[in-house]
Design a protein around this ligand. Structure first.
Ligand code: FAD
Length: 418
């Protein structure tokens, strides 16, 4: 037991898991957040615990699609014109990450993060007393045409290259699996290794509560910078006063860039804004989380109702949401599940937009700061933060303790952008 004090900045799913793993190694933990725990990106995601999530957002051919993203504000992936100059350097790195060689490396680096997700979350959830929130019923990808099915082939082959088993289903088998799905879906792929969570906000809050019961201090405070002595940080400055510590972890999600800069690292972190809608008491919906290839979103059966979550909008952290994108998800759900009511009353619908913390190469930044000996990073998980949070926490624990790491940390090093 070290008894040393670690200050974790950010009480999203990544900060929460990190706090728990550090406590298991005997560290005293203070978890700080500028808002309520779990109310960043971790609040509204699709809840997928997909071990098979190894496909980066940038794939071969991405460059040719950029013009379409600029001219279709309702498309599954879009860029706000006003944000184009700010995101151009990020986009350039993003496009360069989409070569076949790089994509294969990224998939191989993601698998150790994502592969163990269901088992790790189940163990954490059991410890936190919420094991019932973790489900293991697989994930199904559905297609309205053979052409769409074929277009998704490269991404599926990448998953298979990392050991994922994929079962192809015809229309009849799909009907049996998902009886409420529109008959226009004719092909599917089922991935049984995947799981999901019934309420990502409650899961994160339960992990934070568990850390608190194990002795963590949880404080509402906004971190603004650090005090240093030589190459060590000695305190984090916050709007509630300075908090001294022996070690510091930046797990501030999409807001981590400035904190990393304060530690001397210039990281190309931006955000892919995503939307969700939840329909309460749905007349129909999926039994298994279902990815709609054409819409780039997932329909997940959740504790609070049917959630459709996904799509990507490059627009930064400040622009107001485009709620039409959320309304579009309602229409798509109605087309997927014909028994869903057409004129849904407002009180049955809730809408949300969140900020994925996104690196251009779809790999998170996990590891030590390049210049400060006692500061660490755990951010930039993009589309797979819920999935990868447990392994991120465990890896940070290994690195902070100085143990042989459970997985190779080198692909996630902050220095890869230097
Ligand atoms: C529509 C959508 C669907 C998604 N679906 C999935 C999915 O199915 N599966 C999956 O794995 N991932 C999914 N994701 C991604 C996932 O939600 C994120 O990767 C994950 O939540 C990131 O967790 P985090 O803890 O890094 O960030 P966050 O949850 O954003 O937490 C960061 C926390 O840091 C705090 N903070 C920031 N700056 C400061 C500061 N200066 N001082 C104090 N506190 C600070 C914030 O208030 C926040 O609470 C989805 C995302 C979206 C938007």
């Amino acid at each position: 037991m070290s008894g040393k004090h670690v200050v974790v900045i950010g009480a999203g799913i990544v900060g929460a898991c990190t706090a728990i793993y550090l406590q298991r190694d005997g560290y005293r933990v203070t978890l700080i957040d500028k808002g309520a725990p779990g109310e960043g990106a971790s609040l509204g995601n699709a809840g997928c615990l997909n071990a098979s999530s190894v496909v980066p957002v940038s794939m071969p051919g991405t460059l040719s699609q950029v013009p379409r993203w600029l001219f279709d504000p309702m498309g599954p992936l879009t860029i706000r014109w006003g944000y184009l100059p700010a995101i151009a350097p990020w986009l350039w790195r993003f496009v360069r990450a989409g070569t076949p060689e790089r994509v294969a490396q990224i998939a191989a680096a993601l698998r150790p993060m994502t592969g163990p997700t269901v088992g790790m979350h189940r163990e954490l959830a059991r410890a936190a007393g919420v094991e019932h929130m973790i489900h293991h019923v697989g994930h199904v990808h559905v297609y309205r045409s053979d052409e769409a099915f074929a277009k998704d082939g490269a991404a599926m082959a990448l998953r298979q290259s990392q050991g994922t088993r994929i079962d192809e289903l015809g229309a009849d088998e799909l009907r049996q699996l998902e009886p409420e799905l529109d008959r226009g879906y004719v092909r599917a792929r089922l991935i049984t290794e995947n799981g999901h969570c019934g309420d990502p906000l409650k899961l994160t809050a339960a992990y934070v509560d568990h850390a608190r019961r194990q002795g963590a201090t949880v404080r509402r405070a906004r971190a603004t910078g650090f005090r240093f002595e030589g190459s060590h940080a000695t305190a984090v400055f916050t709007d509630q006063g300075d908090i001294a510590g022996d070690m510091f972890v930046v797990a501030g999600g999409a807001w981590s860039r400035e904190l990393a800069a304060a530690l001397g690292d210039d990281v190309p972190l931006d955000t892919e804004r995503g939307y969700h809608v939840v329909i309460r008491d749905p007349e129909a919906g999926p039994r298994t989380p279902t990815s709609a290839f054409e819409g780039k979103f997932v329909a997940t059966p959740m504790d609070m109702g049917l959630r459709a979550a996904g799509t990507v909008e490059f627009g930064g952290l400040e622009a107001t949401p485009n709620w039409q994108r959320a309304d579009n998800l309602v229409k798509q759900l109605q087309a997927m599940y014909p028994r869903l009511a057409r004129n849904l009353p407002e009180e049955r619908i809730s809408r949300w937009m969140g900020f994925r913390p996104s690196m251009p190469d779809s790999l998170p930044v996990v590891g030590r700061a390049s210049r400060i000996a006692n500061a660490y990073y755990g951010f930039g998980h993009g589309h797979v933060g819920l999935i990868s949070a447990p392994m991120t926490g465990r890896l940070l624990g290994d690195l902070i303790v100085g143990r042989k790491p459970t997985i190779d940390p080198s692909p996630y090093a902050v220095t890869r952008f230097a």
